[in-house]
Design a protein around this ligand. Structure first.
Ligand SMILES: Cc1ncc(C[n+]2csc(CCOP(=O)(O)OP(=O)(O)O)c2C)c(N)n1
Ligand code: SF4
Ligand SMILES: [Mg+2]
Length: 288
């Protein structure tokens, strides 16, 4: 029988899911997100990525701020740090500097990242701290019940903008590219396998990797960043996109109406730890 036409039985499927090992990265706490929230794809994609890369739970730390996305550390069995609103990157940087052998993943929402936490992004990016920043961009403050965020679209009606949002939205990809993050990509919660592959690539990158994940808030956004809208708006990057070309990446990133999915930018340059090791070496030379 054609493999695609073969019936799939629940027990068989469960065995397959248990067998591949990625469920071992989930904690005993079940996610408290609303049914249908894009964040379920992140839990799946993240555990898949750690499993694929063979990273042991004891060697990984997830750092988050405050928001629905930031509840994430509770739902995985790695080490975790649920820190203050907007302070994800300084804490994650501290973890990496304290123990360079750890895989450090910072996680947050668009409010945590670009409103209260926005001042930290340029510095983590320009210093090329060797960590991965996964931002779940739903264009809204989900946890606090649906206020506008820095990435909310023009004209979006929320509880804080009943006469429509008049603020120009911030473009996360352009911001990260402007500050020379060494890896910048975008994924969509509605394309789960692609999202998982992108998390694998982001974590495997040596240096500061930023993945913007378009992720519907099904409870407080019924009109804008919905699955129905994003399904037709997102597009793959062109096959001939050159991810070492900053200007090409910016040209793609600037097309906000047709969000590109894939790796926009990817270059190798010294990380913060490399620079600090070199400084320590030179200071020893000076002393001796
Ligand atoms: C210092 C401080 N200011 C404000 C808040 C209230 N607050 C909690 S979460 C949040 C925004 C969350 O939005 P986002 O980061 O986009 O996460 P989401 O819930 O959408 O995943 C705000 C303003 C807070 N907890 N602490
Ligand atoms: S409020 Fe929105 S972002 Fe938060 S869990 Fe529910 S659907 Fe997800
Ligand atoms: Mg949000």
């Amino acid at each position: 029988m054609n493999e695609l036409l073969r019936p799939v039985y629940l027990e068989e499927k469960l065995e397959q899911v248990r067998g591949d090992g990625h469920q071992d990265y989930r904690s005993k706490s079940l996610p408290t997100w609303c049914p249908g929230c894009g964040y379920f794809s992140m839990a799946e994609g993240f555990t898949f990525a750690l499993n694929r890369l063979g990273i042991d739970c004891k060697d990984a730390v997830v750092v988050s701020g405050i928001g629905c996305a930031s509840r994430f550390p509770f739902f995985v069995s790695t080490y975790g740090f649920h820190t203050l609103h907007g302070r994800t990157l300084p804490v994650a940087t501290g973890v990496k500097l304290a123990n360079d052998a750890l895989t450090v993943v910072a996680i947050g929402g668009d409010g945590d990242a670009f409103a209260i936490g926005g001042g930290h992004i340029p510095h983590a990016a320009r210093r090329n701290v060797d960590l991965t920043y996964l931002v779940f961009d739903n264009g809204i403050y989900g946890l606090t019940k649906g206020q506008t965020s820095p990435t909310s679209a023009l004209g979006f009606k929320t509880s804080t903008t009943p006469y429509e949002n008049a603020d120009e939205p911030l473009n996360p990809l352009m911001l990260l590219l402007a500050y020379r993050a060494s890896w910048v990509g975008q994924a969509y919660a509605g394309r789960q396998h692609h999202l998982a592959d992108m998390i694998v690539e982001a974590i495997a990158h040596r240096g500061f990797s930023y993945l913007n994940i378009l992720s519907p808030c099904v409870t407080f956004d019924k009109t804008d960043m919905t699955y129905a809208n994003l399904d037709v708006q997102v597009r793959d990057l062109p096959d001939d996109h050159d991810s070492s070309d900053l200007m090409a990446a910016m040209a793609e990133a600037s097309q906000g109406d047709a969000p590109p999915l894939g790796v926009l930018y990817n270059v190798d340059r010294p990380t913060l730890t490399d620079v600090m090791d070199e400084t320590a070496r030179r200071s020893k030379e000076t002393v001796s």
